[in-house]
Design a protein. Structure first.
Ligand SMILES: *Cc1c(COP(=O)(O)O)cnc(C)c1O
Length: 418
């Protein structure tokens, strides 16, 4: 399955230096030498995923990771994470079937979708996938009729600043409605075993986790008064996949989460703590290579000098391919960075706009960024492209999705059999 066996530097945090990863760049060069006209492609280094897992276990030993499959469901990724012994957060029947296929036991799966397709609840019942989330009464009614014996986890709204993260209105029971919902569940004799939340989006704000963990404690206590003895806390996803300058690192966030756990869920209570990281595991393992397929010059005035000249480039991958997650124009916020593959260090840079390959106006990747002048056929690469990229790619305009090439060091291949 793997195409080369480079020794990849330990790049655990996937810090911005990641794009210097010589092994990955070397393979990109080789792929282009084989076929300079190839369609966009990814180099995936599985060692990075292994390192992430080890780092997680080291920094948050109390929190068992359940990888969120929806973030990146490519087979080698799922296989690697299964071999590492992590659990999985699945959003549908198809996802838990994929994971079960890799020999993962149902005890390593949480079906973490608060509003499930009834058909998928039936499938979960048949497979014995018996840990699932809910956040409203209608879901309880559905579950009562389709899988009354399952264990349930109450998904609550996280304590985040309004507007900062996206899930606030979509999912999660409001704090002041949890008691009533738990009473309903009790009346229906359903087994609620714990509380979950998901911050939604990459979160550099430890306070959001800390405050929500404190709220979970309150709900554990409310549940006790109703007659439930909760044993599971699920702190969701949202962990950064690489370090961003000036922002807290994963290590910082982990440290603060540990502090909150020790305060509100002391070890003696034996509450099982899990999380649902998606982005964290896969983001820095994927580097995308794409090329310039079209070019235009834009002049700001009739007698514009070179310095006022800007360029417009059309690239071989865009919003309808790997970059959907950047909609609407979140490239800067998300720190997507485009690098030129060939050495153009000493060349002057120009303002430029990057478009994708389709005919759809939203297909714009970046505006007002600085790059040396590029020619049609030049290649660019973008590091940290593992999260919500391949899973969302379409073939809109008949443009094929990027290819994927996987790398793993001998050690990792031997250790995991991937
Ligand atoms: C998408 C999702 C995750 C993963 O989120 P990341 O930000 O990629 O870590 C975890 N839990 C739930 C419920 C999700 O919907």
């Amino acid at each position: 399955m793997t195409t080369a066996r480079p020794q990849i530097a330990q790049d655990i945090e996937g810090h911005p230096g990641h794009y210097n990863n010589q092994a990955v760049l070397k393979v990109i060069q080789e792929k282009i030498m084989e076929d300079k006209d190839r369609r966009p492609f990814y180099i995936v280094h599985l060692d990075d995923i292994v390192n992430k897992h080890k780092r997680w276990v080291e920094l948050m030993p109390r929190v068992k990771p359940f990888y969120a499959v929806k973030c990146n469901n490519t087979e080698p990724v799922v296989k690697t994470i299964a071999a590492l012994g992590a659990g999985f957060d699945c959003a549908s029947n198809a996802e838990f079937q994929q994971v079960l296929h890799h020999g993962v036991g149902t005890d390593r799966i949480i079906y973490a979708h608060p509003c499930k397709d009834p058909q998928d609840i039936k499938r979960a019942s048949e497979e014995g996938v018996d840990l699932m989330t809910f956040d409203n009464e209608y879901e309880l009614v559905k579950i009562k009729s389709l899988f009354p014996g399952t264990r349930l986890v109450l998904r609550i709204c996280p304590q985040v600043n309004k507007g900062e993260y996206d899930y606030g209105e979509m999912y999660g029971c409001a704090a002041d409605q949890c008691k009533e919902l738990l009473e309903k569940a009790k009346e229906m004799t359903l087994a609620v075993v714990g509380v979950s939340f998901h911050i939604g989006g990459v979160c550099f704000d430890s306070m959001a986790y800390q405050n929500t963990i404190r709220l979970c404690r309150e709900i554990f206590d409310e549940a006790k008064a109703i007659g439930y003895n909760f044993s599971l806390l699920d702190i969701g996803g949202g962990f950064p996949g690489y370090a961003v300058k000036g922002k807290p690192t994963f290590a910082d966030v982990a440290k603060d989460i540990n502090t909150a756990l020790d305060e509100y869920f002391p070890k003696e209570e034996n509450v099982v703590v899990i999380a649902e990281p998606g982005t964290y595991y896969v983001q820095s393992a994927f580097t995308l290579a794409l090329r310039v397929i079209g070019k235009r010059v834009q002049r700001s005035g009739p007698s514009a000098k070179d310095s006022e000249q800007s360029y417009v480039y059309y690239l071989s991958d865009g919003i309808h391919g790997s970059f959907f997650f950047t909609m609407p124009s979140l490239v800067e916020r998300l720190n997507v960075e485009f690098y030129v593959l060939k050495e153009k260090d000493k060349m002057p840079v120009y303002q430029c706009t990057l478009w994708g390959p389709t005919l759809n106006p939203p297909d714009r990747l970046a505006q007002n960024i600085q790059l040396p002048e590029l020619d049609i056929g030049d290649w660019l690469y973008v590091p940290n492209m593992g999260a919500y990229t391949t899973v969302l790619a379409t073939s809109f305009n008949g443009i094929a999705r990027p290819e994927l090439f996987y790398l793993a060091s001998d050690e990792i291949e031997a250790e995991l059999g991937v």
